[in-house]
Structures are given as structure tokens and as C-alpha cells.
Design a protein around this ligand. Sequence first.
Ligand SMILES: Cc1cc2nc3c(=O)[nH]c(=O)nc-3n(C[C@H](O)[C@H](O)[C@H](O)COP(=O)(O)OP(=O)(O)OC[C@H]3O[C@@H](n4cnc5c(N)ncnc54)[C@H](O)[C@@H]3O)c2cc1C
Length: 484
Amino acid sequence: MTTRPPAIVWFRRDLRLTDNPTLAAALAAHDTVVPVYIDDPDSEAPWTPGGATRWWLHHSLAALDERLRATGARLLLRRGDSLTALRALIAETGADAVYWSRLYEPATIARDRDIKQALREDGVEVHSHNAALWCEPWTLKTGAGDPYRVFTPFWRALQPQMPALHIHRAPQSIPVPKRMPDSLALQALGLRPKIAWDLGMQATWTPGETGALTAAADFAKASLGNYREGRDFPARADTTRLSPHLHFGEISPQQVRAAVQRHAAGQARLEDDASHVLRELGWREFAHHLLFHYPQTPEAPLYEKFAKLPWRQPRDYAADLAAWQQGRTGVPIVDAGMRELWTTGWMHNRVRMIVASFLTKNLLIPWQEGARWFWDTLLDADLANNTLGWQWTAGCGADAAPYFRVFNPVLQAGKFDAEAAYIRSWVPELSALPPDAAHAPWQAKPAILAAARLRLGTDYPLPIVDLAASRQRALDAYQAIKAG
Ligand SMILES: Cc1cc2nc3c(=O)[nH]c(=O)nc-3n(C[C@H](O)[C@H](O)[C@H](O)COP(=O)(O)OP(=O)(O)OC[C@H]3O[C@@H](n4cnc5c(N)ncnc54)[C@H](O)[C@@H]3O)c2cc1C
């Protein structure tokens, strides 16, 4: 009996064995498979993965290798140009097919298209699958045949198209060729930082499929019932914190859906919370839809008139940008968010909106600067979600907050961090202040500051910008382009 040559399973951002249709298809058609990850950051330029996501990737690859070894396989690591690496692996193994899960950024789409064509010309089969989304970006169109630009009708159209809730089980055994080719050592990819700024991330996260499944199950059990009400309060742990796991495909949206729906089944109150989680995942789908149809949007506003917005110039805003990045703006909720980001590689969604509004509106710094900083520091940095988040807050993207909506960071803190617990945990200089003073220390009476032994301007900065005057400056700037 002749056996079919092996298939290469090219892992990218589908770093899991459960509910992985690509792996399942390769195993169904071949006797053996060769799992590989190729580190090829240049092919994603100009959005080569940032420092934080590369840290996550290091640990996620280690976790995937461990999972594969438990099935009798292992993960090969290669680096450099993806096509060259795949061709070398085909020559070394005699593989006659390559399987991968589709990606949706402009650079990865173009790269994969070229690789598919080149391999097919080489006589190698290529099979790609959807392992990341409920609905791939091209499946939904408005009645007029256009892409959606507004979330609610998009979500209404998506829900009936959701695939049946069938989860592929993780294979128990993954047969590999008797002689597996050589692999680079994980350390050789150089994914971890040279300076140890990752201690806070190590203490906070468990990258990998097992970490993702545990986080989803723990959320369903402990926090699902608080999601709808609690998801806006940064001091509470009421959101899933699955974003980096989802970005790397350590868990699929279907698995999250299964975790929350199964837990909620038959309990109306929990079912409502579960539907809110699904709706947030719907925003993730919407972000991918937008990026696919408007590939210019990581750099340019979706609505072109916003390109004319009179932003400040780099030489004028450099010091303010640095203060924002370092969490030293003198506006506590902003500084708390930026410090949470720096330490843990993550920031609560409500605070992401506040810091982004502060940067783009109070400081009048182009949203692209903020998007770049998030790109390098977020563990969940995702071109689709990050682009949508920044354009939404700046008011120039799909379904965006209206341009005239400028978040007041003091009111936001009062509403969503009333006891200042979040501020205190990230800005310890303010921990002795009562909540009102911690929200806006520059408004506190001298006696309150003295009682807390806080010298404003020395122990903690005065605000780098006047909130009311800068709000007005932003409104004027936005008004100018509206009129123009
Ligand atoms: C300026 C800005 C930048 C952002 N950049 C990113 C980014 O780079 N990567 C990223 O994953 N999210 C980004 N977001 C969206 C959102 O803040 C995070 O997805 C969320 O905070 C992750 O926490 P969670 O997993 O606990 O979310 P949950 O509330 O538990 O939501 C579950 C999942 O739904 C998805 N999701 C939730 N909210 C959104 C949203 N608004 N847009 C798209 N998907 C969403 C995420 O995959 C998330 O993990 C950004 C938001 C803003 C305002």
C-alpha cells in the first residue's frame, strides 16, 4: 500500500489544536503532517509585530510545542522568508501539500496570495481555511452590495450567518514522518526582550491554548454574570481578558461562544450577559470586515475629510506624547491606564477609550501616534481591532464617536472608578488621597494634599494640559474641517 506524502501544517495565528479546521483537514487527508511556525516579521511590514506581541508569541510557541509533543508530534521552527522556508521544508520532507489558516491584514493577504500561486506552480497543493472568524470579511454586504460601515446592521446581518456550534476536538495523536527535519531552538527566534521589561506580563498572563481555555472557563464560571454591568469598570475583573489569546488564535470565537452559552443555558439573566460577550466579539468581526474592505485605514482616516484635521506638529507635541506614553500627564485615569499598559501589556477597554480621547482631542496629537504606541506595547495588538479603536475614538472611522464627543477624564473616572481603586493601584503616588482628589488632584484643597503628603508638581505632575481649553481647541479644529 502506498502512503500519501506528508502535509505541512503552517501555523501562524491559529496556535491551538482544538477547533482548528486547518489541522483537522490536513490530518483527514494525509497519513502524516509536519507542523511548522515560520518567523517572518518582515512580510508583515509596515506592521511588523511589536515588542509585546513578540513576547507573547515566544510563550505561545512553547505552549503549542508542548501540546504537540503530547500527541507524538512537535513544532518545527524556521525563520526568514516564508516561501523560501516552505520550499526548503517541502524538499526536506517530500510534502505534497501545505495547509494554513487565513489571515486578513493587507500585507498577509498579499504575501499568502503570492505564496499560494508560487507553490501551485511548483505542483504543491495549497489549502487555506477560516479558523478565526464567524464570517469572513467578504461574506457580508449591505443591500446595496457595499461593505458595512455601521456596526448595528452589520451585527444584525451576521447573527443569522453564524456557523453551527460545532467544536473540532483536539486530535489525540498527530502522526509525523519518521524522520523529522531540523528545527531552530525557540531562543534563536529572539522573540523575548533583551532588557527584562516583561516581569509584569509574566506575572499576569499564561499564553497558549491551555491558558486560553482556562481563562474562558474561569470567566464563564466566575464573571459572566457580571459582564453586562461590570464590563465598563476597570477595577473589576469582569471582562474575559481573552484578547491576546484570540489574536493568536489560541482559542476560536466559536469556543468562547460555546463556553459562555453552555454556562448560561436556561438562565435568562446569564443568557443576556452571554449575548453581550458575543456582541463584543461581533465588534472584532466588524473590525476585520472594515480592514479588509478599507486596507488604507491603519494609516489614513476612513472618512477622508479628517485627513485635513489641523493636528499639532511632531516638534510641538513630542514632550506631551512622551508624557502620555510614560503615564505622567498629571491626569490620573490616563496615567493609570498607560501604566497598566506598560506593566501588563493590556489595558481595560473603557480606559483605552479615555486615553485615546485624551491623546487625540485634549492633546490634539494624531491618532496614528497612539495606534503605533499601542501596537508596540499591547499584547493583543491587532491591526483590525486597533485601527477600529483609534479611528472610533478620534471620530474619523466607522460608526465612530461623533467628533464633538470629547471624553472628560475626570467625569469618566468619577463614573467608572468612583472609589479610585483603579487609579490607586496604578498611580501609588495618589493612594492616600480620597476618591474625588485622586480623580483630579489639581482641584483638591491644599489641606487634603498636605494630609496625603502629596506635593503636586514634585511627587506627581500637574496636568500637562488644561482640560477645558484643550477641549475647546479640539472642537474648533473639528469644526473647521466640518465647515471645510
Ligand atoms: C483605542 C483602542 C485600541 C484598541 N486596540 C485593540 C487591539 O489592538 N486589539 C484588540 O484585541 N482590541 C483592541 N481594542 C478593543 C478592546 O479594548 C479590547 O479588545 C478589549 O479591551 C480586550 O479585553 P477583553 O478581552 O477583556 O474584552 P471583552 O470585553 O471580554 O471582549 C471579548 C473579546 O471581544 C473582542 N472585542 C471587545 N471589544 C472590542 C472592540 N471594541 N473592538 C474589537 N474587538 C473587540 C476582543 O477580541 C475581546 O477579547 C481597542 C480599543 C480601543 C478603544
